[in-house]
Design a protein around this ligand. Sequence first.
Ligand SMILES: [Zn+2]
Ligand SMILES: [Zn+2]
Length: 160
Amino acid sequence: MPMNRRMRVAAKSPTLLERLKRRGWRMTAQRRVIAEAMAGAHVHLTAEEVFARASERLPEISRATVYNTLNELAALGEIAEVALGSGTKRYDPETVDRHQHLVCESCGTTRDVHPDGESRLALPASERARFTLNRVEIVFWGRCPKCAPRREPDLRGATR
Ligand SMILES: [Zn+2]
Ligand SMILES: [Zn+2]
């Protein structure tokens, strides 16, 4: 329901930093800048990007610390590893509000989205090859407003 979705977004889920404090994760200066590097909405950073952001605040932080910490957070389930078609693993700190992704195939801008009908999406037994299903990842590809050339017909072929 769209209304529920808007309400859920309004009642923001706790940030990564808040969740880590709550679970009693030992908060060193290094771990803090890594968590802070992933603050905000629609954040999907590569390990290198997290390292670059963390280094701005804490220049002595090592790449190995960043990589190890990201692996640890992923193992704890506090961040999700997402594959968004670039071949480079990205880290998503929004693990409370279940969502899918909308990606600009030109500049890579990525937004968290909540597709209609997702809850009804099913893989019939005949397609499942007796796999046990754990999760579904949906990526919507397109062009963001900055990258979309003007006057291009949209996917329905409508002309303006
Ligand atoms: Zn774009
Ligand atoms: Zn996301």
